[in-house]
Every structure is written in structure tokens, then in C-alpha cells.
Design a protein around this ligand. Sequence first.
Ligand SMILES: O=P(O)(O)O[C@H]1O[C@H](CO)[C@@H](O)[C@H]1O
Ligand code: HPA
Length: 297
Amino acid sequence: MHKRHVVCSRGYSYEDCQATADWLLAQAAVRPQVAIVCGSGMGGLADTLKDQVAFNYKDIPNFPLSTVPGHAGRLVFGTLKGRPCVCMQGRFHLYEGYPVQKITKPMRIFALLGVETVILTNAAGGLNQDFKVGDIMIIKDHLNIAGFAGNHPLVGPNDDRFGVRFPCMSDAYDRDLQQLALDVGQDLGYGDFLRDGVYCVVGGPSFETIAECRMLHKLGADAVGMSTVHETIVARHCGMRVFALSLITNKAVMEYDSEEKANHEEVLETSRVRASQLEKFVSNLVSRIKPSKLSNS
Ligand SMILES: O=P(O)(O)O[C@H]1O[C@H](CO)[C@@H](O)[C@H]1O
Ligand code: HPA
């Protein structure tokens, strides 16, 4: 009982999430069906929303703050090809020092806003040797190595109002949405740089060693990054569908004679180069997602 009180009082309880959702619902007329999270350097996605109502994270009650370059820190409501959406222009990462419950709290708030589908985007290093910088990888599965050891967003008392104690993750990434994204990519002529694969989350903020990259690849990962998986788990826990993609912004360094060095500037530069194609991809995908219930916005 005491333990439950401690966890709830940190600001991640159902009531805390509901209070933030109520505040947002009172400020914005849009009732979003789709939530989009912008990866590093991909904040331009949010700028494509029409009829925007935007909030700086610092002005939203009980919302974390963005601290990473390439993550502006704004929550943008609006429409994308007529579909009501909310977009996180900036996400939170474990290495910023936030507890995993805090970086995933926006997912619970989205569920309480009535969001049905979450689209997560990220920048990632390519481990699969067939991948090239600039490829877009549709995430079909993930490896949550830290999660095996207990650094998992659902650790703590379970609130059944969000979801079940032991949620299934074999269907974490919605297969219909993956197929729809492939169709959208083909229609846009993106076939040459559209892939699918397994994303592995690491804690960061240092990039991986050569031995770590080789290990992750052997374990079945095609791309490595420092986000997304925690958000996926929490979004699934509260019943939302998830589609996720990685932009391969750099090749993971796998050879000892390589002169390459992973760096955040290259990550942001690759995101900039692919920005308009990513925006088209996501907006076309959003326009073709069938809502499961009729919106009143
Ligand atoms: O996953 P997103 O937020 O796109 O950011 C990726 O880019 C940063 C490293 O350059 C890390 O934060 C990594 O996770
Ligand atoms: O190579 C990487 N490793 C981890 N995170 C990343 N985010 C972009 N590129 C990378």
C-alpha cells in the first residue's frame, strides 16, 4: 500500500495522466485519433499539421522537458490530410536522466485523449549490412535488453484502468499498419530505400562500441537506437495500435579498421536530407489509416 502511494505520488498515476489530458482537452478543440512522435531531427513532421494549436512542454502541467538538440519540446495538435492528430515535436530519452515511467507518460496521456494509433519515428544506426544511410526501416519487432533486467516502463504497481499486468508483445507492431506503410512507400516510389527489421534500444548516451554493435547484430537487431521501445510498450499496454519506423541515419561501426565515428551531427544531417520524404510518407500513411471509431472533431 505504502509502495503504491510512493509510485503514484511521483506523478505517473492514472489521475496525474488524466489531469494533464483534461488540461489539454480544455485548451485544444482537436480530438486526435493519431499521435506522432518525431525522432531526432524529424520535428518538421509537426510543422506539416494544419490548423495548429501548439504548447511548449514547459507550459503543460506535469509534462517532462526536452533537453536534446533536434527535439524542440512542443506538443502540436492539428490535422494531417484532414485527420485529427497530435504530434510530439521532441521526445524524452532515458539518458536525459528521466525515469522510464516519465519518458513514456505521454503515451498514457494520448490514450486518455482518445488516440487510437501511435506513430513512432526515430533515428537509428544501421547494423544490417544491407542497409544504407537514408533507408527507412519499418520496425517489425524490437529487442529490449534493459527491459530483461528490470528497466521496463511497466515495473511497479499495475493500474488495470490502463491495461493488464502482463501485456502481450508478440503483436507490438501492428501488422496491418506495416503492410499499409509498405503500400504507401511503394506508391510514393520509395521502394529502393524502404526496409523492415528489428530495432534494439540501448540506454545511451554514448554510441555503441564495435563489440556491442557486433553483439546486437548477432542477437538479431537490424538497427540500434536509444528510444521508441519504451513508448511502444506503454502504448500497447493502454490499448493503442503502434506503427514505428527508423530512419537509418548512420551505419553502426562494425570493423576495427573503420575510420567512421558515430555522431549526433550526422544523425541530424541525415534526418534533414530525408525530411520531406518522411513527411510525405507519414502524412500519406495517416490519411490511409482507418479509424476504429468515428471522431467528433
Ligand atoms: O531515437 P531518437 O529520438 O530519434 O534519437 C536518436 O538520436 C540520438 C543519437 O543521435 C539518440 O537520442 C537516438 O535515440
Ligand atoms: O548508431 C546509433 N546508435 C544509437 N542510437 C542512435 N541514434 C542514431 N544513430 C544511432
